[in-house]
Design a protein around this ligand. Structure first.
Ligand SMILES: C[S@@+](CC[C@H](N)C(=O)[O-])C[C@H]1O[C@@H](n2cnc3c(N)ncnc32)[C@H](O)[C@@H]1O
Length: 274
């Protein structure tokens, strides 16, 4: 693929979609159940009758979870053609005949006039990978109807984010063999740090949103473009956008971010103005 220096252009991005296509082969009922329970926790219950937008749908697993939770319509989109194809396949396999659509689009091209407003806009682990996180947050929030919810997860800012930025840009640009060496080294160091807990951590990793440890390591090491944010900054920004916090899951983290920064999860409601 031709490279681009424009961070908003998918050609400059890590091949997220290829990783999701590989991950999707592992999806069974158990991953779907974990995705449903993770979305239930964030949404605070079912999504019955709601219009749901998934920005940066990746594998499509959480778009499927939204349908399982009763969403009336699900629109899933991603900038990466491989993510789009994978999501379409997953939804065709597990939710044929239900009310969903999948589009190849960047968050920056979305307009409420064309797409309408949504009861729930969901974007998990995406907006920090777009090349302009602040603008992406603005666009995503503009698609929430008054009284609707914006559910999103973003990488926590840590002291070593600048190191990870360099590493990710590099990893995303090297060949597959070099990537597998880097992954091997990271996993070895991680396992040394975890000691005896490593095996059970990997075995139980699916409980985290239905994900897979090895695919998530590849996504973490290569996830370029990369930005991060503190919970305080999220709160400030959301207030400016007319949003009020409903709930958040701010995970206890080490400030250094030696093995990664990890995502905090936020749920905001668009305040209804008289
Ligand atoms: C780390 S994955 C998260 C996937 C999914 N939301 C999940 O939680 O499993 C990030 C996804 O965001 C997509 N993405 C990156 N930039 C985007 C943009 N400008 N517009 C839409 N999607 C984008 C990537 O292609 C990738 O599929």
């Amino acid at each position: 693929m031709a490279k681009s220096s424009d961070l908003l252009d998918q050609k400059s991005h890590f091949a997220f979609g290829r990783n999701w296509a590989s991950y999707a082969k592992l999806v069974t009922d158990s991953q779907v159940e974990e995705a449903v329970s993770s979305l239930t926790r964030l949404a605070g219950g079912e999504l019955t009758g709601k219009r749901f937008l998934d920005i940066g749908c990746g594998s499509g697993l959480h778009a499927l979870a939204a349908l399982r939770l009763g969403a009336r319509e699900v629109v899933a989109l991603d900038i990466d053609a491989d993510s789009v194809a994978t999501t379409r396949q997953l939804l065709q396999a597990h939710a044929a005949g239900e009310h969903w659509s999948v589009k190849e689009a960047s968050v920056f091209s979305l307009q409420p006039d064309a797409l309408g407003h949504f009861d729930v806009v969901y974007s998990w682990g995406v907006l920090h990978h777009t090349g302009d996180m602040y603008r992406a947050l603005n666009v995503a929030a503009s698609l929430v109807r008054p009284g609707g919810e914006f559910i999103f997860a973003l990488y926590r800012r840590t002291k070593l984010c600048w190191v990870w930025k360099i590493e990710k840009r590099w990893y995303a640009g090297v060949g597959r063999t070099a990537q597998s060496w880097i992954r091997g080294a990271y996993i070895r160091l991680f396992s040394l740090m975890m000691r005896r807990d490593f095996k059970s951590y990997v075995a139980n990793y699916g409980q985290i949103r239905g994900m897979d440890f090895y695919h998530d390591v590849h996504d973490w090491l290569g996830g370029w473009p990369y930005e991060s944010i503190s919970p305080q900054e999220v709160e400030q920004l959301m207030r400016q956008l007319g949003m009020r916090e409903v709930r958040s899951f701010i995970h206890p983290r080490k400030e250094l971010g030696l093995f990664g920064s990890g995502c905090d999860e936020f749920v905001y409601e668009k305040v209804v103005t008289p």
